[in-house]
Design a protein around this ligand. Sequence first.
Ligand SMILES: C[S@@+](CC[C@H](N)C(=O)[O-])C[C@H]1O[C@@H](n2cnc3c(N)ncnc32)[C@H](O)[C@@H]1O
Ligand code: SF4
Ligand code: SF4
Length: 298
Amino acid sequence: MSKYIYYGANQYAAEHFERFSKKYEPLCFCDRSASGDAMFCGLPVFPPSAMFDRYPDAPVLITRNIRVIVETQFYLIEELGVPKDRIVNFEPYIEVATCEPLETRLMVGVNHAGVCCSDFGKNRTPDVYFPDKSSPNEKVEAITALRKRIKTALANGEPCECAGCVALCTRRVSVEPKPLCLVEFDFQHSCNVKCIYCDVWDNKTKELDVPALRAILAGMEQAGLIDDATALHFTRGEIATFTQRAELLFAARDFPCVIFSNCTIYDDTVAKHLELGKTTINCSIDAGTRNTRDLREN
Ligand SMILES: C[S@@+](CC[C@H](N)C(=O)[O-])C[C@H]1O[C@@H](n2cnc3c(N)ncnc32)[C@H](O)[C@@H]1O
Ligand code: SF4
Ligand code: SF4
């Protein structure tokens, strides 16, 4: 029976190694960043050139994140000359007009969801406001319907919010929908500083219904819109001054998170969340410079 070259020696491969190896007996890893005599999950890791010299006919299993299988298979075929039928998990794909936000991310609040965070030229983000008293499932259905409507319109060249946006390009995307890479939480909190370019510092802070947000996340997970590798971003306000930060971070504990903060205040809750090991903090050093901020009275 054939042994397989695992393409992609990274955290995703390590996390799923047992599942992969039950079905496809591994020969070695291959990774374009490999050098020297590296070992990974008990196997040698070769750079692509060495892999082809050593095993010119072995089948290849892509062990990179399911979100990047299509890009990886075309790297293997077009850059490295691997025949398509050597890739055991080659995914059917389509070429469509789309954009990076539409394929990978979503902005979610308790009452509203939107696709991209900015206005690009004349375009505004496709978004949806959930009707009052919508259940979590109805909110998830509204999100799914929004994304489907935009993707269908773009595929058919029909008018929609995205028509003519500078961010549109032709991409190869998997026929099988993939979970989002990131969800940005709209926690609508004001900030202790006032950067001149910022449009969220004077958010009108309202009490956040954290259980409702958690229920939307659970519904999105059930619908396959997100999974445990989807990163949650806290970026629409300043978390260090947000009084419900402990509750919000607790609700996000199962996901890898990225906390965006001006880091002007040390916060123990945030520090403890970082200790869980899944979360990183992005310190916006631009927010702390004299040119870009004024300190305000809290
Ligand atoms: C809106 S802030 C909120 C989180 C936190 N207060 C901070 O500054 O990191 C998140 C990020 O958005 C960036 N940002 C703010 N206003 C922006 C704008 N108009 N265009 C692009 N990025 C912006 C900030 O530099 C920061 O890195
Ligand atoms: S095409 Fe433009 S407006 Fe539409 S989702 Fe993408 S970035 Fe936003
Ligand atoms: S620190 Fe962040 S939220 Fe505050 S004003 Fe600056 S960019 Fe906006």
